[in-house]
Design a protein around this ligand. Sequence first.
Ligand SMILES: [Zn+2]
Length: 595
Amino acid sequence: MNNNNGMPGNAELIALANRRREQLKKAEEERRRAAEQQAQSRPQAQPQAQPRPQPQPQPRPQPRPDNAERARRAAEGARLRQAEEAKRLEAEARAKAEAEKRKKAAEDRIARDKAAAEKRKKRAELAQKSAEKLDVFRKEYTGIFRDAIAYFAVFICLILILCTASAAFILIRMLNYGEPEALPDRITLTVDGKSQRLDYGDIARDGIYYINFKTIASLCRLSQSGDKAVTIYTAPCGEQIRFATPPARTVLINGNTVTAENDYILVNDELWVPLSLVSEHFLGIDVVVNEGKDKETGTPFIKINISRTEEEDGYAEISFRLKANHVINGISNITLPEEPVTLPDDAPQYEFTADISSYFKYMCPEDYDKHMMLINPSHPVDEAYIPEDLVGVPNPRYDNGASLCKDASLSLEALFLEMHALGFRDMKVSIAYRSYEQQKHQFDVYVYNERYYYSSNYEKNGKWFSDEAYAVLGKSYLEEKYISKGKTSLSADDAKRVAMSYSAYPGTGDHQTGLALDLYLPGHSGIKFAETDEYKWLVENAHKFGFIFRYPEDKVNITGYNFEPVHLRFVGQFHASLIYESGLSLEEYVAKYID
Ligand SMILES: [Zn+2]
């Protein structure tokens, strides 16, 4: 098979030569046979003298006159030439193969050398790189090591400084005090007659005595509620003290912010409060702290005794009101006169159970007419009217900053103190001063609710309109104008008329005076309040504190408002007493005596 553009390969050349030799041999054989036949047919001189042809170059055989001899010689010559040619070809092929082999060997050697050189180069590069890496690594680690030593040195220095400082501190203390402050190791805590000895460090922090509030809660039978953010303790009388998440310093006592002497804290998940918070703000328990030295041994001692206040018929009730001469809650920033105030000669004189004489000047201001303001739909105030002297209210139901004019607020506090003394202790203030904007917003909400009563109530109660709508507009009017025509929502005007029967139109509401408030008694809100003993007591006594019922049951047609037993209005003791005596509404009273 030929390859490389028809050039024969070595092996093929050799094979070619062999074939040629074979052919030549055959041809020679035939010629010889032919010659022998000729010779036999013509007996001639024997050709046996003729030497066999030699591979070496031979002298050309002498031409013979004989034809057969000539043919034989020619054949011999041709044969020799062909043999030589074959030999030459064979040698040529062998030489070529040899050359090829050498060339290949040379090429291989070159390739090997090249590869070896490449390898050496790579190895050198690798070595270079490792050397570089090693160098970087060495440099880096030398740096880190140096840094570590530096840090360690600084650390050691700090430790030394600290030790020196501590030693100096201890030395100074020893020099200054000679001997440590004489403090008892243990404190005797007696709660409800049961004593226990506690480590000083357990009960005193920053020199302030603390008490585990659990102890107090148990002694006072407080119930606990609230969540993570606020813990509420409620006394049997319903009063509350609220703690924020410790550590914190302020508590809410009946809705009023009180700041403790120090933070109240958690110790093993239990609330510990400064003892002063309990001694100052709890009524019905006595806290006595006795610090001294034993007469015989001179050993210092601290004894804390906590017990319930005893009264003739048992224990005093627990409450969180501040003790006598302290003003409760949000208005505690107002200083009450220390001396009892005497009322003007012509002012009515009343007797009270609680000591509220320091409130008289607020209950009965010298200017009797100071609070005789009348606001109603026919006596509106404009948007800009804001009462002066607004302060927080006592016992607010919500922590929403409910406020009243100062005289009204303090008189209400006096009223609460008196009621408290008489056993009425759950009263709160739900709504007090309302600004024009607040009133407008409130009124708009009511109007909306009346207009679209159907869409949010019909499925629940089957009613098209509210009870108030039926009362104000009348059943036949609603039937004719709306129900018969399938109209489910009230017109804006009709809705407004209905809303005005129970809420003031902005600028006409009593709450905008800053002298009016709505009371709240749990379980007896709104109209239900009229069924309570508190209400009955207030009907007979509110005027003594300067308050009147602004929307009585029998004056609906005059005031234009439904009966509101929870709505009190401050006018001052002088006029309140006259209104009470006369049985008139504020509208009638003002029309008759003031205008
Ligand atoms: Zn009201």
